[in-house]
Each structure stands twice: as C-alpha cells, then as structure tokens.
Design a protein around this ligand. Sequence first.
Ligand code: NAD
Ligand code: WQD
Length: 348
Amino acid sequence: MKKTSEQKLKVLVTGGAGYIGSHTVVALQQHGFRVIVIDNLFNSHAGVIDRIGEITGVKPEFHEFDLVDTDKTDSFFASNADLAGIIHFAAYKAVGESMENPLMYYRNNLVSLMNILEGMRNYKVANLVFSSSCTVYGQPDELPVKETSPVKEALSVYGNTKQMSEEILRFSVGAYGIKTIALRYFNPVGAHESALIGELPRGVPNNLAPFITQTAIGRRDRLSVFGSDYNTPDGTPIRDYIHVVDLAEAHVVAVNRMIGNKTKSDYEIFNLGTGKGYSVLEAIRSFEKVSGQKLPYKFVGRRSGDIEQVWADTSYANRELGWKAEKDLDDMMRSAWKWEQALAKGNK
Ligand code: NAD
Ligand code: WQD
C-alpha cells in the first residue's frame, strides 16, 4: 500500500473546508491518515483549516483551487499520484439555487467529478468515496428506504446532479479499475463537540437545523414551518436527521473498507442515516428541550418540491460497514446550538 515518508496513508478530501468535509478531515486525522484538502472556498473559508488544526493538532495540507479547472486538477494529481484514497465532497448543494441556475450546478457538480475520475485514471489512484444523497430516492413507495429502492425522477437540478454522478460512477469504475463507494446521506445536522467547526450557511439558511438555531440566537424573527397538512402523525414532514460526526466516522470506515480490499464489488452504495424519522415539530421540541429556549415559529404553506416523509433502512450499512449512527436528535440539536452560540461570539 502507498505510504508517505511518515508511513501515513494519504487521503485527498475535496470540499474539505465545507461542513461535512471538515468533520471528516478531523475524523481521518484522528484515525491516523495524512489528509490533503482541495477546496475553492466557494462555500467555506480558510479559517476552517486552522480550526481543524486546533482540534487535531495537525493542520491539513490545503490547496485552494476550483476542481472544474482540468489543468489544475491534473497538476495536482501529477504530484500526488500516491493517494491511498479520495473522498469527493466538493459540490454545490442549494436546491433552490440549482433550479434558478441549472447549468451552474451541472457544470460544477459533474465536471469536478469527471476531472477527479480523469485524474484517478491517469495517475492510477484506485479508491473513491462519493457524497450522494437520499434525494435520489424522491418520495419512496416503501419506507424505510433501502439502497435497492428505485431512484425516482429528480425533483431538483441538484438532485439530478447526484443521480447523474452516480450513473457516471457506475459506468466509469469498471472501465478504469476505480473502486467507488457512494454514500447516500440523509439529513446531516449538528456540529463538532468542540464548537470549532460546524455548518456555515451562506445567507438565509434553507435547511431546518441552521434556521432553528439562527432564530433562537435572534438572527431570524421566527421559523416558518412549511406545511401542517401532510399525511404524518402531526402533519409535518418526516426526515432522518443524522449527526455530522457520525457521518464523518462512516467515511473513515468506507476508506478503510476500500484500502483493506473488503468491498463486495467495484461500486457499492450505502444509506447513511439513523433509521429513525422525526417530524419538523419533533425537531423543534428537541431543540427547545436541549436549549431551554422557546422557539418562535409559525405554520406557512408547503415548500414546493418537499417530500412528505423519508427515512433510511440502515441495516445493510450497519451490517456491511460495521458502522452505526450513535448520536440522537437531542445530541444533534445540542451541538448545533453550541456551535451557533460560538458563532455569535465571533468564533468562526
Ligand atoms: P458544503 O458546501 O459545506 O461543502 C462543500 C465544499 O466544496 C465547500 O467548502 C465548497 O467551497 C467546496 N466546493 C464546491 N465546489 C467546488 C469546486 N468546484 N472546487 C473546489 N471546491 C469546491 O456542503 P456539505 O454540506 O459539506 O456537503 C458536502 C457534500 O455532501 C456535497 O457533495 C453535498 O451535495 C453532499 N450532501 C450534503 C447534504 C447536506 O444536507 N449537507 C446531504 C446530502 C449530500
Ligand atoms: C427538513 C424539513 C422542510 C426549513 C435538503 C435537500 C436534500 C439534502 C438535505 C443534500 C422539511 C422543513 C425546513 C424551514 C421548515 N441535501 N423546513 N422550515 O428538504 O429534507 O433536504 O437537505 O443532498 O437534497 O433537499 O432538508 O433541512 O431543508 O428540511 O419547515 O425553514 O424541515 O419542509 O420538511 P430537506 P431541510
């Protein structure tokens, strides 16, 4: 196996300054990997790299450039052909923005993936972990949703880029001798317990957890709950929220699975969730419980494109990866709140 002079396996994390990427860099370093980050800081900032250094005692090597740039990506691979693996997080992820500017999303999310694959082919790097999403399932016919459940017509351009990426991977891995594990995340929330890294939404948050914490800290007047007439026990939609630290650990497991030649095929897919669904009102109650704060909210109409309910069947991931999400919704809300409070003190 390819090792560096310090005998540490080298892993590239694209999008490693971002939300899930930064937590994964921490986990990889804590598991003894040498990590290199590529990020163009479109949705993050360089301070995150320093924070990773504060948490782990090691500042990862950082390259700031756009992975859509084929020449720069190729030069990176030319001097880093000894990578043991790559985790490819770098992508745009805002559903609404993707509908307003589809080409921005197709270009960034697909060209960056193809440049990575091109580099892997040309420089013989074998192992790739890809960030996919439960969005590929749309509204599943059966719950909980399994990896074998059908991929439904995409409801957004963003979701479509994840479906197309999975297809690109499915056909490319065999042709180029690349092993891939696609991880379909459900709803990642929460932050590192140190409150040194966490989610940093640009502008008004689209996602529930940062909107809740920003409301509680006083940056937003109140949370709008999108719809109260869904066919669910309390009328609000149900999701499988997963702690970002649990998610990060799963990436370390996936990398080790490939390095240790434990994969069952060249292209594997796993659901990453807790296997439990919670409604929007349950998420609010959990936040109120752990923060001791009353959250101002009002019911408004449904948000277009929202599905009613989805949660993961995690049995395949639990069995095959030997990984299980450990943290519950209260842990997620507690850490998200601690992070929001740290941000308010200028800690970012
Ligand atoms: P994020 O925006 O916080 O992180 C992505 C990082 O990639 C950012 O730091 C951004 O600057 C960088 N980036 C984007 N395009 C780039 C490019 N062309 N070149 C270099 N860097 C680039 O997002 P996240 O929440 O950490 O998501 C990481 C991955 O997981 C994404 O692929 C996303 O689609 C996927 N995902 C996220 C969620 C979620 O709810 N957060 C759910 C499912 C899947
Ligand atoms: C959760 C629930 C909202 C905000 C999105 C992407 C998906 C994936 C995860 C990347 C829903 C409700 C939210 C608010 C609300 N990302 N809500 N008021 O929509 O499940 O998934 O992020 O792959 O692709 O679509 O997550 O956090 O936006 O919403 O009532 O202000 O909270 O209606 O029921 P979602 P979310």
